[in-house]
Design a protein around this ligand. Structure first.
Ligand SMILES: Nc1ncnc2c1ncn2[C@@H]1O[C@H](COP(=O)(O)OP(=O)(O)OP(=O)(O)O)[C@@H](O)[C@H]1O
Ligand SMILES: [Mg+2]
Length: 509
């Protein structure tokens, strides 16, 4: 082990003495055009990336054999040659691997100078803002340089393995349902970091190639070139004349439909069109990305040729093909045209799709404990459960569930679902070793919650659908936790310092 380590170190040190390294560090990096470098070699290479490891090995070799082709950018070693490129974007963006002199692997994004001011600087500012810096779901900013080269500007960020589009193509077989759920959760957590705290940020360019996957398989939001930070608290809309960037990943309300349906060419003298970008615009595109993840590469509005038309007609054709009704329900909310129907990101993350078995049953319990709701459901004959729910349990399990309770199996009415909900509620509150007994029949059952959800998988979803339709249920104290009320217009309460005189006057003293 020790031998291996020292051999590696020797290789990485590339035969430099300490004084040589110190001397090299003092030398100034030169610009990309001349391509000459005179900076120190990394004293240690912390190998993290698997996918790009060969490229880094190659980079070190080139540095040794052809130092002239190496450029230093903010203490990062880079060779702007095709073999070190890992990504390309529109607007002539090129992304390369680079190695910091601190031995850390990074990615460097290079943009022609005339685009730096608009996109690269904006991206730097967004990545540097508190919401992005604090979140593990947003790519990490490292440094920026728009002075060392007359032609290009650079943005250096943490390195990822690939983008979501590449990941899905390569890992298609390995993406299980629960893996897809976790991926969608991570995308929404990234959005939550941007949307939920002041100063709030709109991403405005979500799409599979702008979501990166790190070496551990975690998803991170990236490419903040056209993102927008609200300059003041309480603002909810960004009025812009820019249409969204990429075909297929633009929200319904940000497309110039009049222009698309007209055969007239717009003249520069025509009044500019204004699009209203809102958080919920990001949400609709996040819904498209989520669909792309669950279907491993498909678009909810159909094949490319039909996408615009279906988006215009509020017709997410792909949804009905989903076999999981829980994710279908979430995406139908996120993808809908009506902004009021679309959830805020915090609300989306509370959808049953993201809740664990325990959380789902906690939700069911909270509903069951609201007698007003149960009466309402039975008065309106809402079918929450199968009418012969006793048969679903089976004779033996019913005996187990009723053990120690006040009622025997025969006292429960098989056609009244309120009876079933009560039985579920009582069992979860007084488990008394019942799980062991129930597991005899279904050994894979991991908990009582899991047991009930296997038998009645749509119960949390149906309850969720009924409750969210009506504000009176959502605000019941026990249910608030599952239906967060969001009002972005609200400003934080100003704490004002009062004088003793004002306090006296207020109390009429
Ligand atoms: N930190 C990174 N680690 C690994 N790959 C990256 C990284 N940043 C970017 N890439 C790759 O480079 C591609 C282009 O980068 P980016 O999306 O930032 O450029 P862009 O020109 O702004 O893109 P667009 O075409 O969306 O406008 C990404 O899709 C991704 O594949
Ligand atoms: Mg991009």
């Amino acid at each position: 082990m020790y031998k291996q380590h020292t051999a590696l170190k020797r290789e990485l040190l590339l035969g430099r003495t300490r004084s040589e390294q110190k001397k090299a560090k003092k030398l100034k990096p030169q610009d990309e055009k001349t391509g000459r470098t005179a900076a120190s070699r990394p004293i240690y290479w912390k190998q993290v990336s698997v996918k790009h490891r060969e490229k880094f090995k190659q980079l070190l070799k080139v540095w040794e054999s052809d130092p002239e082709s190496i450029t230093m950018v903010n203490d990062n070693v880079v060779c702007f040659a095709e073999e070190f490129a890992i990504g390309w974007g529109s607007r002539s963006t090129e992304v390369y691997i680079c190695l910091g002199t601190d031995g850390i692997e990074r990615a460097i994004k290079r943009l022609p100078k005339h685009l730096c001011k608009k996109f690269l600087k904006n991206e730097r500012d967004i990545l540097n803002s508190p919401n992005a810096v604090k979140s593990p779901r947003i790519v990490n900013y490292c440094s920026y340089d728009d002075t060392s080269n007359p032609d290009f500007g650079y943005l250096i960020v943490s390195l990822c393995e690939q983008n979501l589009e590449e990941f899905i193509k390569e890992e298609v077989e390995r993406i299980t349902e629960s893996c897809a759920r976790e991926m969608i959760r991570q995308v929404l957590e990234g959005l939550k970091a941007l949307h939920a705290k002041e100063p709030r940020i709109l991403h405005r360019d979500l799409k599979p190639t702008n979501i990166l996957v790190d070496v551990k398989g975690n998803l991170l939001l990236s490419d903040f070139g056209i993102a927008y930070k609200f300059p003041k608290q309480g603002a909810t809309t960004y009025l812009t004349s820019d249409e969204g960037e990429t075909h297929g990943w633009v929200p319904q309300e940000c497309i110039d439909w009049v222009g698309l349906y007209s055969d007239k060419i717009r003249k520069p003298s025509d009044a500019p069109i204004h699009f209203r970008w809102k958080e919920k615009s990001d949400i609709q595109v996040a819904g498209m990305v989520a669909f792309y993840i669950v279907t491993k590469g498909k678009h909810p509005f159909g094949p490319r040729i039909d996408q615009l038309k279906n988006l215009h007609d509020d017709n997410p054709v792909g949804l009905s093909k989903l076999s999981d009704h829980v994710v279908e329900d979430l995406l139908s909310q996120m993808l809908g045209r009506d902004l009021d129907e679309r959830p805020y990101v915090e609300q989306a993350l509370k959808h049953p799709f993201f809740l664990s078995f325990e959380e789902q049953m906690k939700f069911v319990q909270a509903v069951v404990n609201e007698p007003k709701f149960i009466n309402y459901a039975s008065e309106h004959r809402i079918s929450l459960l199968p009418t012969d729910w006793k048969r679903v349990f089976g004779h033996e399990d019913l005996n187990t569930l009723c053990r120690g309770g006040h009622r025997s199996p025969s006292e429960y009415n098989g056609s009244r679902y309120t009876d079933c909900l009560r039985l579920i509620g009582n069992t979860c509150q007084h488990p008394d070793g019942k799980l062991r007994q129930l597991k005899k029949k279904t050994p894979a059952t991991s908990s009582l919650e899991h047991y009930f959800l296997q038998l009645f998988p749509t119960l949390p979803l149906v309850l969720h659908q009924i409750i969210r339709e009506d504000p009176k249920w959502k605000t019941l104290p026990a249910l608030k936790e599952f239906f967060p009320v969001i009002d972005r217009r609200k400003r934080p309460i100003q704490t004002k310092a009062y004088t003793m005189y004002q306090i006296r006057e207020f109390h009429n003293v």
